[in-house]
Design a protein around this ligand. Structure first.
Ligand code: ADP
Length: 181
């Protein structure tokens, strides 16, 4: 897979991830996988109570990991529940844990034949990861994985508000420029 085709398969939109008609949406879950606020609450509301029933037997998930369920009432076929790190100061393994949950989510998507995947800005809400730094880690990680993947996968970040969309847009432009340099 050449570098150009990887960047063509990444996109950013501003919006609500629960309305995305893709094979899998990714949830910014907490380690209980039993629901929470923010995007997690929105996904559980839109999917219906069967989603919580499907999450209960999963037994939680460590930070940096991810687990998959059906999407139930969502337009998306699957929900991948990824557990991002809570940000402290950036020196407690946060970038590695954030990259790990993106990698695990993409692996699960591939295992379940998902060609279209939508991510929120994992860890950038209650978990307080600075958004521009999170955008750089997440875009670089996804581009790396897609560059080595056998199957063509399309990834969209669905950013809830304008500041998040701007931060991801500038991080994407910087990373593309770095690679051209
Ligand atoms: P975390 O605990 O991982 O920080 P949050 O849900 O608090 O997760 O926030 C993650 C990001 O998801 C934030 O940028 C927040 O604005 C965004 N968000 C909240 N609701 C939605 C939604 N319906 N669709 C997409 N993104 C959302």
């Amino acid at each position: 897979m050449n570098a150009a085709s990887v960047w063509e398969r990444l996109s950013l939109v501003q919006g609500d991830i629960t309305t995305q008609r893709v094979d899998a949406i990714v949830n910014a879950a907490n380690s209980t996988l039993l629901g929470g606020g923010g995007v997690d609450g929105a996904i559980h509301r839109a999917a219906g109570s069967q989603l919580l029933d499907a999450c209960r037997p999963l037994g939680g998930c460590p930070t940096g990991g991810a687990k998959i369920t059906p999407g139930f009432n969502l337009p998306a076929r699957h929900v991948i529940h990824a557990v991002g790190p809570r940000y402290r100061d950036g020196a407690h393994g946060e970038p590695g844990a954030l990259a790990s949950c993106y990698r695990t989510a993409l692996q699960l998507a591939t295992d379940h034949n998902c060609g279209t995947i939508a991510f929120p800005a994992i860890s950038c809400g209650v978990y307080a990861y600075p958004i521009h730094a999170a955008a750089r880690v997440s875009i670089r990680t996804v581009a790396d994985v897609l560059g080595g993947a056998d199957q063509p996968v399309t990834v969209t970040w669905v950013l809830f508000d304008e500041p998040a969309f701007s931060a991801y847009s500038s991080a994407l432009a910087e990373l593309r420029a770095d690679l051209r340099a």
